[in-house]
Design a protein around this ligand. Structure first.
Ligand code: NDP
Length: 245
């Protein structure tokens, strides 16, 4: 199966930002979607706006740090649509801070969301892909996986882990599966600086408002990786605003 039309695609973190834009983009191209996030109201609004335009989407309250939630996400794809073609692991938190602030709950959340959350998705989808003899992982990292900038040490470390895990998975995936890393730069979403201290949040949102690209730029990069023919693996995409150093 190549292209996007008819594919069954699960997306984590689909209640806002890049995940929402990706859901809308893929629905317009005829994908059948299973969308996960924690904020039920926001998620339902995304599902409703897609279905109102004739698209196909189901929403599920999912916390990626919980293994069972990812199992439920893949089970729902199978029970509703009979298969799962792509898992987009996008859920993330950008509550960055200087180490001296000792915001250890935020450190834990980034580790749990980006690393454990990604592994929970792999654990849930890999057996399905193996049984089907096809499937694609699309993992959302960040330009922070390539360059660390203060005060993003913990965030960058977890996104570097996403990059490393994705390459390890790609090497083991064999000829039937596809594994793609998508690393966005500054993107105009509500998540930039969310949960960070006031000074850091203000600096990040100022930078975002000055240079960020729209989330649909990342959505179309994800779509490009998905729409390639079987046997063609777009392994890595870095997409950033031209103004980003
Ligand atoms: P948003 O805050 O808009 O989106 C983050 C999404 O992740 C939300 O839908 C949120 O939904 C979901 N989420 C967070 N934690 C969990 C969890 N534990 N379980 C399930 N869902 C969760 O920000 P972005 O769209 O910008 O971020 C999306 C991804 O892109 C992240 O991985 C981020 O690190 C990455 N990224 C963003 C960049 C940017 O500049 N915006 C740059 C580089 C990478 P809910 O709260 O409802 O659960």
């Amino acid at each position: 199966m190549s292209g996007i039309h008819g594919k069954v695609i699960a997306i984590t973190g689909a209640s806002s930002g890049i995940g929402e834009a990706t859901a809308v983009y893929l629905a317009e191209k005829g994908a059948r979607l299973v969308l996960g996030a924690r904020r039920e109201g926001r998620l339902n609004a995304v599902v409703d706006s897609i279905t109102a335009k004739g698209g196909t989407a189901t929403g599920l309250v999912v916390d990626v740090t919980r293994r069972e939630d990812l199992q439920r996400l893949t089970r729902t794809a199978l029970s509703q649509y009979g298969r799962l073609d792509v898992l987009v692991s996008n859920a993330g938190t950008m509550a960055v801070s200087p180490f001296d602030e000792l915001r250890q709950d935020d450190w834990d959340a980034m580790v749990a969301t980006h690393i454990t959350g990604l592994l929970n998705g792999i654990g849930a989808a890999l057996p399905v892909f193996r049984r089907q003899g096809s499937g694609q992982f699309v993992n959302v990292a960040s330009t922070a996986a390539y360059v660390v900038k203060s005060p993003q040490g913990v965030y960058a470390a977890t996104k570097a882990a996403v990059k490393v895990l994705t390459e390890g998975l790609r090497q083991e995936s064999g000829p039937d599966l596809r594994v793609t890393l998508v690393s966005p730069g500054f993107t105009n979403t509500e998540g930039v600086g969310k949960g960070a201290g006031p000074e850091v949040a203000a600096a990040l949102t100022e930078q975002r408002d000055a240079i960020a690209m729209p989330p649909c730029a990342v959505a179309s990069a994800i779509g490009y990786a998905i729409e390639q023919p079987e046997g063609v693996d777009v392994s890595e995409i870095v997409v950033r605003p031209t103004a980003q150093a």
